[in-house]
Design a protein around this ligand. Structure first.
Ligand code: GDD
Ligand code: MG
Length: 360
């Protein structure tokens, strides 16, 4: 399998993940205290795929400065940046010089533990030109729906149909195995999409396009809720505390909790999982943190409650504040003491909320 290269598509900013993407581009948002992309690379390496090309619309410096040539992560990473967004298929055409045999394409906003080895084997076994991984979802209307015949050959591909028009709930999971010659249909330096151009064209011209349905774990990190759900899924059952942390003996930590490095937890704090706490966070005495994701460098003053919420990096949460029920705070937010913020409220990067404010 090691000869199979992977191209990962990394496009826009991820507006629906805001305010989290104000601090980090979507591929770099921390999942269990590591950039999202690192988890994607891990699944590829697990299947012997180490040659990875990132096809980017623009190069956020922090991707390259973190991953470099990939050697620290056991992979060989190449970056190709488009002059302007070329679309999903146009972006792959743009890296075609680097490809000379069966290869993989992955949407860069999806995490899955798909069995890539067996997907590539099916592709080769069927003599397919393109094989598309499928996953079941409850509402397919936000995705590409793929209809297949009894042998698993793709019959139609309908991008973002109305719910009532979707022929099934099996959607394009954003992982493809392709033969390089399918790219002959794509003009260089021209915007082109797999979803509403190349896949339908391959079907029209009678090329063998197969589906690889799978019930492997699959999620796209399109929204803060899904981002939180991925963190919870990946947390191991027990708590993990880096030895550099300073945890007071009276603090009570239960369930799946992961602390980054150099955190401080004061007396009588309660931390209940599933919870992830970033590097250098400080949680002062008598605070309760439950089912939360807290990014690095956040300070939580005493007697606060943070529950079922996401707190960006470098925030300051004042004493006695209560942040509960699906709240998302962007980076560098200051929540005044005694505030009560609840009910899925989103607070933008850098905002300051006066003490004792109630936002529902
Ligand atoms: N380099 C590059 N250039 N990448 C791009 C471009 C581009 O012009 N446009 C999109 N991408 C990247 C995105 O960043 C993302 O990683 C991937 O291609 C898919 O684009 P999205 O914008 O996230 O598409 P979507 O989520 O609406 O739908 C796609 O994914 C679904 C699964 O999550 C489609 O492939 C659907 O058919 C599929 O079901
Ligand atoms: Mg997407």
């Amino acid at each position: 399998m090691s000869e199979v290269k992977a191209v990962i598509l990394v496009g826009g900013e991820g507006t629906r993940l805001r305010p989290l993407t104000s601090s980090a581009p979507k591929p770099m948002v921390p999942v269990l205290n590591r950039p999202f992309l690192e988890h994607v690379f891990k699944n590829l390496s697990n299947h012997g795929i180490r040659d990875i090309v990132l096809a980017l619309c623009y190069l956020p410096d922090n991707i390259q400065s973190y991953f470099g040539n990939g050697s620290d992560f056991g992979i060989n990473l190449t970056y190709v940046v488009e002059d302007f967004p070329l679309g999903t298929a146009g972006a792959v055409k743009n890296v075609s010089d680097l490809i000379d045999s069966t290869f993989l394409v992955l949407n860069g906003d999806v995490y899955t533990n798909l069995d890539i080895t067996s997907m590539v084997a099916l592709h080769k076994d069927r003599g397919a030109k393109a094989t598309i991984a499928l996953t079941p979802v409850e509402d397919p209307s936000a995705y590409g729906v793929v209809d297949t015949d009894i042998d698993g050959r793709v019959k139609s591909f309908i991008e973002k149909p109305k719910r009532e028009d979707a022929p099934s709930n099996m959607i394009n999971a954003g992982t493809y195995v392709l033969e390089p010659d399918v790219l002959k249909h794509v003009e260089p330096h021209t915007f082109c999409m797999f979803e509403n151009y190349l896949f339908p064209l391959l079907l029209d011209t009678g090329e063998p396009v197969y589906a690889y349905p799978s019930d492997a774990y699959w999620i796209d990190i399109g929204t803060p809720e899904k981002y939180a759900s991925l963190n919870q899924h990946l947390l191991s059952g027990d708590y993990e505390i880096d030895s550099s942390c300073n945890i007071h003996h009276s603090a009570k930590i239960t369930g799946a909790v992961q602390f980054g490095s150099n955190c401080t937890v004061e007396s009588n704090v309660m931390v209940e999982g599933p919870t992830v706490i970033g590097d250098r966070c400080v949680i002062k005495r008598n605070s309760v943190i439950k089912e939360a994701i807290i990014w690095p460098d956040t300070i939580i003053e005493e007697g606060t409650r943070i529950e079922n919420s996401i707190v960006g990096d470098g925030c300051h949460i004042g004493a006695g504040a209560c942040v509960i029920d699906g709240v998302v705070l962007g980076g560098k937010v200051v929540v005044g003491s005694g505030c009560k913020i609840s009910c899925n409220v989103r607070v933008d990067y850098g905002e300051c909320i006066d003490p004792d404010t109630v936002i529902e």
